[in-house]
Design a protein around this ligand. Structure first.
Ligand SMILES: [Zn+2]
Length: 189
């Protein structure tokens, strides 16, 4: 996709050098439009493939609810926009529904990267170039794997929490009742 984007940029430069109203300019406009469409198609195809694979191969998918608008103003801007994060998450969500998978977003304020997934200690912010780190507890983490573990744990905890609020708490089995099977009376539900 970056390659397609580079080509688009080159064509845009070509276009800017063409004389206004000239035939060559018209041709260059068409080329730029085609390249634009190609970049968009390539991105969409790739996001579709990736989201289908992830949903098909997983029982539950948890995503970090990134503050995309905030990231757009940082060094990560290109990656976030290139990835079309919002589009991608939307694809994951509807495919999860279609395949009957669990899907949830976790709080964007979770310190997923700098929290130790082993002991829960929250360390200092990690510079982007730091790919792995060690916690005082002895845990050695790959930056992304650790973050993914934290996101998964938070997603599960969230779901349990929400489920607990919706469902009545399970009744503890009474002594002597534990082995009997509950029978439904005609009026029973
Ligand atoms: Zn730790």
């Amino acid at each position: 996709m970056r390659r397609a984007a580079r080509k688009l940029r080159r064509l845009q430069q070509d276009l800017s050098r063409k004389q206004r109203g000239s035939n060559n300019r018209k041709k260059a406009v068409v080329k730029v439009a085609r390249a634009h469409a190609r970049v968009a198609d390539t991105r969409r195809d790739w996001l579709h493939k990736l989201s289908t694979t992830i949903i098909r191969d997983s029982q539950a998918v948890y995503v970090e609810d990134l503050a995309v608008a905030g990231l757009a103003r940082t060094k990560l801007a290109k990656s976030v926009h290139d990835a079309g994060w919002a589009t991608f998450v939307a694809m994951l969500e509807y495919k999860a529904t279609r395949y009957g998978r669990t899907f949830a977003r976790v709080d964007r304020w979770l310190p997923s990267t700098r929290m130790c997934s082993t002991c829960g200690r929250v360390g200092d912010k990690l510079a982007l170039n730091i790919r792995s780190w060690a916690c005082p507890c002895g845990g050695v983490h790959d930056r992304d794997v650790n973050a993914a573990r934290n996101i998964r744990a938070a997603g599960r905890a969230d779901l349990n929490d929400r489920g607990a609020r919706v469902r009545p708490a399970p009744m503890p089995a009474q002594r002597g009742e534990a082995v009997t099977h509950r029978t439904l009376t005609p009026s029973g539900v």
